[in-house]
Design a binder for this molecule. Structure first.
Ligand code: GRG
Length: 287
């Protein structure tokens, strides 16, 4: 069941990360652990479920699930900083720079990023597979991936540029899509001869659906809280899938992407049912 698989993933990820941390008298290890806790663990779940589909032992996959959640946590800690989104709350709790201070948040984020790569080194997979996982993570997390997408987003916002649908797709493919696709592809990449394409196609469609759902959630969340469908970013003039497509068309596009994600899993038959549930969950979640 998806709910159980997600909570198992949280437990496994937290243990993998906690095991790698050492108290050192500074706030950094505590701030790192704090930043990891309380999320949905979607990316860690994708790693673990993809590993299961490829008959990889969960103990082997655990550090790799921890790795992607450490990188994801770093991105959120830095995204919340005053120089970026300046958010006070994350996952309903004070952001790291509010609970501690900005220097702690910068350093905890930096250390979480390094920890992501460190954890992959601990995974008991063949060296060649480790190198593929590490190499792809450098690309997907870095300037050609998540960081590049974040930079494009900030540049457009600073310049007041109205992005087109194609530009938003390209930006989001890097900013959020790259890590989700990496997580989905990690299972086959842990084994010597598996075809990674079905999981990559699944991950790419899932990432796109995830981002559209995020835009829809912002609109519907605002509608629920202030009684009208005005998105925070839309009111600030920022183009989103919802502002460009309209709410109904955005929902249809997300549903089509979920179908495509589910179809990509056909080589795995019924064994991939939890991953199909995850694709449906991505567009029905409420947070
Ligand atoms: C600062 C280098 C750098 C990158 C930041 C991913 C990102 C780039 C910023 C996050 C901004 C944001 C909130 C985007 C919306 C989509 C998204 C990634 C949401 C957070 O992911 P979830 O919903 O989070 O999986 P949880 O809390 O469940 O882990």
């Amino acid at each position: 069941m998806l709910k159980d698989a997600l909570s198992d993933a949280s437990r496994i990820v937290e243990l993998a990360i906690k095991t790698a941390l050492r108290p050192d008298g500074t706030a950094i290890p505590d701030a790192m652990m704090y930043a990891v806790k309380g999320g949905k663990t979607l990316r860690g779940f994708l790693v673990l479920e993809g590993a299961k589909l490829h008959h990889v032992d969960p103990n082997v996959a655990a550090p790799i699930a921890g790795a992607i959640e450490a990188i994801h946590a770093y991105s959120l800690v830095h995204d919340d900083l005053p120089c970026m989104d300046d958010d006070a709350l994350r996952r309903g709790q004070p952001t790291v720079h509010r609970k501690w201070d900005e220097a702690t948040a910068v350093l905890a984020g930096d250390a979480l990023q390094a920890l992501g790569f460190e954890l992959i080194m601990y995974a008991d997979v063949p060296d060649r597979q480790k190198i593929v996982l590490l190499h792809m993570l450098t690309l997907d997390a870095g300037a050609r991936g998540m960081v590049g997408g974040q930079a494009m987003d900030i540049a457009a916002e600073t310049a007041g540029t109205q992005l087109t649908l194609e530009q938003i797709e390209a930006l989001q493919a890097k900013k959020t899509g790259a890590l989700i696709e990496w997580a989905a592809a990690a299972g086959p990449r842990m084994t010597v001869d598996a075809d990674e394409m079905p999981m990559r196609v699944y991950g790419r469609a899932l990432g796109r659906a995830f981002q559209i759902a995020d835009d829809i959630l912002d609109v519907e969340g605002d509608a629920a809280t202030v009684g009208k469908a005005v998105r925070k970013d839309a009111s600030a003039g920022k183009a989103t899938f919802v502002s460009l497509l309209g709410l109904d068309a955005a929902k249809r596009r997300a549903e089509t992407l979920v179908e495509a994600a589910c179809d990509a899993l056909s080589p795995y038959g019924n064994d991939a049912e939890t991953l199909r549930d995850a694709a449906r969950y991505v567009i029905t979640r409420d947070k």
